[in-house]
Design a protein around this ligand. Structure first.
Ligand SMILES: [Zn+2]
Length: 65
């Protein structure tokens, strides 16, 4: 899933985050699939980035958005 500012999160995290981006507060949409024709030149990164979030603080913050 991806927000309007292009922050990307997995489906499980988006559910936990109540569909509000912890970086910018935007909602999420399904991330477009990279076309097969450009995968060789622009391969999908295999690097996963984990960014721990204090979920209670996030939920309290989005209540005011
Ligand atoms: Zn964002």
């Amino acid at each position: 899933m991806i927000c309007g500012m292009k922050c990307a999160f997995c489906d499980n995290c988006v559910t936990l985050l109540k569909e509000a981006c912890p970086n910018c507060g935007d909602g999420f949409k399904k991330r477009p699939i990279r076309p097969q024709s450009v995968l060789k030149k622009y391969p999908v990164s295999k690097k996963l980035v984990h960014k721990p979030i204090y979920i209670e603080a996030h939920i309290n913050r989005i209540r005011n958005i």
